[in-house]
Design a protein. Structure first.
Length: 200
């Protein structure tokens, strides 16, 4: 963590998102928020990730107000893996994880990431859609990957920044978005609110 004053609050306990923010030199403090990430009936993937990112940011903003914290912007983010139009969540168990990975094997899927940066007087949302192509994955590799422990807690049952990288044949879009935070869009929103502040 930088000794500089934080520029924002990150409404996430994800170590990956924290690492990505630090990578681009953003000073931040983390907020622990608890939000319902259940997909609503008939909800489109893009709508879902934007709604969840917004819910996290708004929960963080409410926490800032309740605790009387310094009124900085709050960043919420959500990432979902999509195959054939269906949202893949986090695996419940071994069988669920292996089923997800079999569906991804040899195919191209989408990773949709949304961010929401909000304050008392504004709310800005950005969306990133990245395509990821997997090579064919052998059954023995799937078992080995499961036993590594990495699929647990990961959308789509894989981590591109970890062992799951060996399954990736091609990526078209943003690597950081697949990890969990689209850095280009994050920087653009930060610049937007800083410009708004300078114009006031």
């Amino acid at each position: 963590m930088s000794l500089n004053s934080p520029r924002l609050y990150l409404a996430s306990q994800s170590p990956r998102r924290a690492e990505l923010l630090a990578q681009i030199g953003v000073d931040f403090e983390r907020l622990s928020v608890d939000t319902d990430e259940t997909v609503l009936a008939g909800e489109a993937p893009e709508t879902y990730v934007q709604r969840v990112a917004n819910t996290k940011a708004q929960a963080g903003l409410a926490l800032v107000q309740q605790q009387g914290l310094n009124p900085l912007p709050v960043l919420g983010a959500d990432t979902a893996v999509i195959i054939a139009g269906q949202i893949m969540g986090k695996p419940r168990d071994r069988d669920h994880a292996l089923d997800m990975l079999r569906q991804l094997s040899g195919k191209t899927h989408q990773v949709i990431s949304a961010i929401c940066l909000c304050g008392q007087q504004y709310q800005h949302v950005a969306l990133n859609i990245t395509e990821v192509s997997f090579r064919e994955i052998a059954a023995a590799e799937l078992e080995q990957y499961w036993h590594s422990g990495e699929p647990l807690g990961k959308a789509g049952a894989y981590a591109i920044q970890g062992l799951g990288a060996v399954f990736v044949e091609k990526i078209y879009g943003s690597y950081s978005a697949v990890v969990g935070l689209p850095l280009l869009e994050t920087q653009q929103l930060l610049q937007k609110i800083e410009q708004m502040a300078s114009n006031e």
